[in-house]
Design a protein around this ligand. Structure first.
Ligand SMILES: *[C@@H]1O[C@H](CO)[C@@H](O)[C@H](O)[C@H]1NC(C)=O
Ligand SMILES: *[C@@H]1O[C@H](CO)[C@@H](O)[C@H](O)[C@H]1NC(C)=O
Ligand SMILES: *[C@@H]1O[C@H](CO)[C@@H](O)[C@H](O)[C@H]1NC(C)=O
Ligand SMILES: *[C@@H]1O[C@H](CO)[C@@H](O)[C@H](O)[C@H]1NC(C)=O
Ligand SMILES: *[C@@H]1O[C@H](CO)[C@@H](O)[C@H](O)[C@H]1NC(C)=O
Ligand SMILES: *[C@@H]1O[C@H](CO)[C@@H](O)[C@H](O)[C@H]1NC(C)=O
Ligand SMILES: *[C@@H]1O[C@H](CO)[C@@H](O)[C@H](O)[C@H]1NC(C)=O
Ligand SMILES: *[C@@H]1O[C@H](CO)[C@@H](O)[C@H](O)[C@H]1NC(C)=O
Length: 465
């Protein structure tokens, strides 16, 4: 009898979630910034094997949208940042964009969300910001003219849209955007029953302040250690950093007069690897975060967040693959559930039903404490020699006496190879520029090492952490 009731309940529940257009099972972001990724037609079976119901694209790649026809995957597509300004001023252009990027695939491809730009309000310069909401309105209007009703129009925002986020009840949008951009956006989202699409990464606040923020709290393991945070303003008790971050946005929206707009987690995740100077990016934490996130959003009855108990939080996990061409620190290239060869970085069950004990044991985390010691920045093995030569010239043109020691006759001139000269130049560059935000990246040609590359009388400059 109990079983029957549960069955009935879950059937009913599934129906309800279908009617409202979304289920709580996380989707997956299909980013493609890699030169070693499987083709779309090989990627889609991989996506399906992960048992997700929803995928998010960062464009409207026609090959992918065609391959997704007649699958039951719901799809989120994106209008590129560069087109926002022109579309905001030109309905014909908006109509044309929809006709060439949506109509050829819809309705066979279940396009359900259209994000106008990616984290536009975080990117500089700010010249596109005033055009964002007008562009969203035009796109919605184009869809309406074609009687396409199932596609919600939104845009994705990062947490930096907030000026203050702690405690959550005190959160507010940044002053430069609150009235000019966010308020009209919320009015649009309210009128069109769309979502506030939010990118939420507890990894970033934790890794920038691992002393004051508890790692278990960031990994949804606060209950292991009875760690909670109480918001003195609202009295709400937080057991994880994710809820705290999401609620700060709910409170900020409420403050602008929009208490009912739903949040859609447009990205969340945790890096499975990174650079030596980055803390906490490892397979253990990534698996723990993502598995616990799935369990949280799949729990029945729906838990929501302290400020919105019982609300379904639809979401996308970031990302399908480790993407080797994403710029920035190493963590950026290590958010995948899968390696580029298609094998899993760790096991994950997006239904949230597999108990932790049934997964294979994870490798223990080795960088949950900040690395202390010297590091160097050297050329990555197998790098393109022409590109390395260009990067060498660039590095040598920066800073003071950066490449003095690789000049003919000097200590590091021999071996006379681009690889060794570039390695020296990268270390020398980074030793001068790290403190002002310089990175050891050089378009993927450089990598950090804790092993001193110095030889003979050639001493490489290092960074000390
Ligand atoms: C925007 O419109 C201007 C004027 O028509 C054009 O020159 C420019 O190339 C357009 N920008 C994009 C990204 O299409
Ligand atoms: C609007 O876009 C259409 C289609 O691209 C173009 O033909 C037209 O010139 C544009 N109008 C203006 C005022 O830029
Ligand atoms: C962009 O930034 C400049 C300089 O800070 C400011 O004067 C201008 O008002 C800003 N524009 C928008 C649309 O926020
Ligand atoms: C957490 O608190 C409960 C109730 O106060 C207590 O029984 C339990 O031992 C605590 N667990 C830890 C890990 O401190
Ligand atoms: C829109 O705002 C009105 C007034 O606050 C509210 O009643 C309604 O629930 C909101 N709708 C959505 C979808 O946010
Ligand atoms: C896939 O790539 C990962 C990471 O490079 C590697 O550990 C794994 O062995 C590879 N799997 C296969 C089947 O080649
Ligand atoms: C190597 O780099 C050069 C310069 O960046 C580029 O033109 C060339 O296509 C690259 N070669 C390969 C095989 O990727
Ligand atoms: C180079 O030297 C000048 C003068 O000593 C100094 O102001 C500058 O900060 C140095 N640059 C770097 C990258 O260290």
């Amino acid at each position: 009898m109990a079983l029957l009731l549960i069955l009935l309940f879950s059937l009913l529940f599934n129906n309800i979630s279908d009617i409202s257009g979304f289920s709580s099972q996380p989707g997956i972001c299909y980013g493609q910034l890699g030169n070693n990724l499987p083709t779309p037609s090989k990627s889609i079976p991989l996506i399906k094997s992960l048992n997700t119901k929803r995928i998010k694209l960062y464009d409207t790649n026609p090959q992918i949208l065609t391959s997704l026809k007649n699958t039951n995957l719901q799809v989120s597509i994106m209008l590129p940042n560069e087109l926002i300004t022109n579309i905001s001023a030109n309905q014909t252009l908006s109509d044309q964009w929809i006709k060439s990027n949506v109509v050829p695939f819809y309705p066979q491809t279940l396009i359900r969300y259209l994000l106008v730009g990616n984290e536009i309000i975080s990117s500089t310069p700010n010249t596109t910001w005033p055009h964002l909401v007008p562009a969203m309105r035009r796109i919605k209007h184009s869809l309406k003219k074609l009687r396409i009703k199932k596609i919600k129009v939104g845009t994705s925002s990062a947490m930096d849209v907030l000026e203050t986020s702690f405690p959550p009840s005190n959160a507010a949008f940044r002053k430069d955007i609150a009235v000019r951009v966010i308020k009209p956006m919320l009015r649009f989202l309210n009128r069109t029953k769309s979502f506030f699409f939010l990118d939420v990464y507890p990894f970033f606040p934790w890794s920038s302040d691992p002393v004051n923020i508890n790692l278990d709290y960031a990994l949804f393991r606060g209950d292991n250690v009875n760690f909670t945070v109480t918001d003195p303003g609202s009295g709400l008790v937080y057991t994880n950093l994710f809820d705290q971050m999401v609620d700060s946005v709910y409170f900020a929206m409420e403050k602008l007069g929009f208490p009912d707009i739903r949040i859609f987690i447009a990205e969340t995740g945790w890096p499975n690897g990174g650079d030596i100077d980055q803390i906490g990016a490892n397979v253990f934490n990534a698996a723990t975060y993502n598995r616990n996130f799935v369990k949280k959003v799949m729990r029945k009855p729906v838990v929501g967040t302290p400020a919105r108990p019982g609300s379904i939080l639809p979401s996308f996990l970031f990302a399908l693959f480790n993407e080797n061409q994403k710029p920035g620190p190493g963590t950026e290239r290590h958010f995948g559930l899968l390696y580029p060869n298609g094998s899993k970085v760790y096991e994950i069950d997006l239904s949230g039903e597999t108990p932790e004990s049934e997964f294979p044991v994870l490798p223990p985390p080795e960088n949950n404490e900040a690395y202390k010691g010297k590091i160097w920045c050297v050329a990555a093995r197998g790098s393109n020699t022409t590109a390395l030569g260009e990067a060498l010239s660039y590095a040598c043109s920066q800073g003071n006496r950066t490449c003095d020691l690789v000049r003919p006759g000097r200590e590091c001139f021999k071996p006379e190879s681009v690889f060794w000269h570039a390695s020296y130049a990268f270390s020398s560059y980074w030793a001068q520029f790290k403190k002002i935000g310089g990175t050891c990246y050089f378009n993927g040609l450089a990598t950090q090492t804790a092993k001193d590359p110095s030889y003979g009388s050639c001493k490489f400059p290092s960074v000390t952490l």
